[in-house]
Design a protein around this ligand. Structure first.
Ligand code: GDP
Ligand code: IMO
Ligand code: MG
Length: 429
């Protein structure tokens, strides 16, 4: 009874609410697996009045009897991993029984973080706005075929391999004006490596495919968002992994024909943290109100998130790239403060052309968003628990988006808590 992997991923620039929905859906699955990114991610879960932020551990970890896998496509910082696991200690979760790490997962070394900071600093005004967790340099070493992987920590030569790579990093760093005390962080790093050894380090791709063959239901949890994808995002203002559906295949060892549903998750508006283009960004009072009402501050870095209206050309693009089969709309409650809701339907390019294509030139050109206005609902909705009870204006907004995007919106999220979630169409039942 071969099963398929369903994929949940962000359709914008990250922070769409992936953590909340993975936790919400997890009881319908046997396995939750992260397939890319690393501690640049901050996935927030809220239930029983407590807020949790996960960075590398999959968001199924709070549900009983669910296997969580960190896949080969991830870049793992062992120091942050140790802290994350220790933060879970006070809850009655058997982390070691429920969490597995692929031996092919790449390791983030302390010098990767130093390189990240040095490269960013050198970019001056063209900073990416990296989270400085060492993501870019670690993926660089992976592609350069010189990275260290989790499986390497079991080898007797690990320290030797480590020193060889660090030597290369220090040579590069000597060309930058950086100060560091490597000794202090190395001690913590090797302590965390010993800690990581106490976990089940596995052949992730075999585990996942065996689970699939036995009919287990698997949910792949994306990190970042599709517009941060290394190939299809707003390059070079992107992260260093494939955040799109294909990343789930290469990041877990799943064949494309074993992908089932693709859940595309988006905010009822749009945010971005870090540098780079954002056509619908608001620089006025509306943007400030959105940021305040949505509590738009980064879960990993605490940085304020830039805010703007929903962008249909960008959403149509990421739905296409990902093969999205179902949409989930988050944070509709935040828009309750507005009398009018705007939706960007097209872009006007500098030469006067109007288009609904997310253009290659997005980074270098001033693109003017063209808006359609819809009536707002302007009443509190965070306590509503069924679709029928939603205000008509919100139902019209949903219908308008569905008509434009040609994919059903099957979850509507009305607040950060697990319970503030409405399912419709019975598709997920
Ligand atoms: P992720 O990276 O995609 O998991 O998203 P983050 O956790 O970085 O950011 C989403 C933020 O919005 C978190 O603070 C969530 O608690 C919060 N959130 C999620 N869904 C909703 C919602 O429907 N309404 C409101 N008001 N907040 C939400
Ligand atoms: P989650 O999973 C939002 C952004 C950074 C920066 C760019 C590159 O919580 O949605 P990196 O550290 O990867 O080199 O940063 O990508 N970025 C995110 N923005 N949510 C995230 O993750 C992000 N992870 C990276 O702000 O602009
Ligand atoms: Mg986040």
């Amino acid at each position: 009874m071969q099963s398929k992997v369903d994929v949940l991923l962000g359709l914008q620039w990250g922070d769409e609410g992936k953590g909340k929905i993975v936790d919400f859906l997890a009881p319908k699955y046997n396995v939750v697996a992260r397939f890319q990114g690393g501690p640049n991610a901050g996935h927030t879960l809220e239930f029983d009045g407590i807020k949790h932020v996960l960075h590398q551990i999959p968001s199924g970890i709070f549900r009983n009897d669910i296997i969580n896998i960190i896949g080969n496509g991830v870049v793992l910082d062992p120091v942050i991993f140790k802290k994350e696991v220790e933060a879970l200690d006070k809850y009655s979760i058997d982390v070691r029984a429920n969490l597995f790490v692929s031996k092919k997962t790449q390791l983030i070394l302390p010098t990767h973080r130093l390189l990240d900071a040095a490269y960013e600093e050198a970019k001056g005004k063209k900073k990416i706005g990296s989270t400085l967790k060492g993501i870019g340099p670690t993926y660089q070493d992976k592609v350069a075929r010189q990275g260290l992987r989790v499986g390497d920590i079991l080898s007797e030569n690990f320290k030797k391999k480590y020193s060889k790579l660090v030597e290369r990093h220090l040579e590069i760093l000597s060309h930058y004006d950086t100060e560091y005390n490597l000794k202090a962080v190395e001690e913590e790093f090797f302590g965390a490596i010993e800690f990581l050894k106490t976990f089940d380090l596995i052949e992730g791709e075999y585990k996942i495919n065996r689970e699939l063959s036995s009919g287990a239901k698997i949910l792949a949890e994306g990190a970042q968002g599709s517009l941060l994808d290394i190939d299809f995002g707003s390059y070079p203002y992107v992260t260093s992994s494939n955040t799109t559906t294909s990343g789930a295949c290469s990041g877990l060892g799943v064949a494309p024909n074993n992908i089932g549903e693709v859940y595309g998750i988006f905010k009822a508006y749009c945010t971005r943290v870090g540098g780079g283009p954002f056509p619908t960004e608001l620089f006025d009072e509306d943007g400030e109100r959105m940021q305040k009402e949505g509590n738009e501050f980064g879960a990993t870095t605490g940085r304020p998130r830039r805010c703007g209206w929903v962008d249909l050309p960008a959403l149509k693009y990421t739905i296409m790239i990902n093969g999205v089969t179902q949409l989930f709309m988050m944070k509709a409650d935040v828009l309750s403060i507005f009398k009018t809701i705007k939706v960007c339907t097209h872009y006007k390019l500098p030469d006067g052309t109007v288009s609904d294509i997310f253009p290659y030139e997005i980074v270098d050109q001033e693109i003017e968003p063209l808006y359609k206005e819809l009536p707002g609902w302007n009443v509190a909705i965070d306590k509503i628990d069924e679709f029928e009870a939603l205000p008509d204006e919100l139902k019209s907004y949903i219908q308008y988006l569905e008509n434009e995007l040609k994919v059903p919106i099957n979850i509507i999220s009305l607040g950060p808590d697990r319970t503030q979630t409405i399912m419709r169409n019975g598709v997920l039942a």
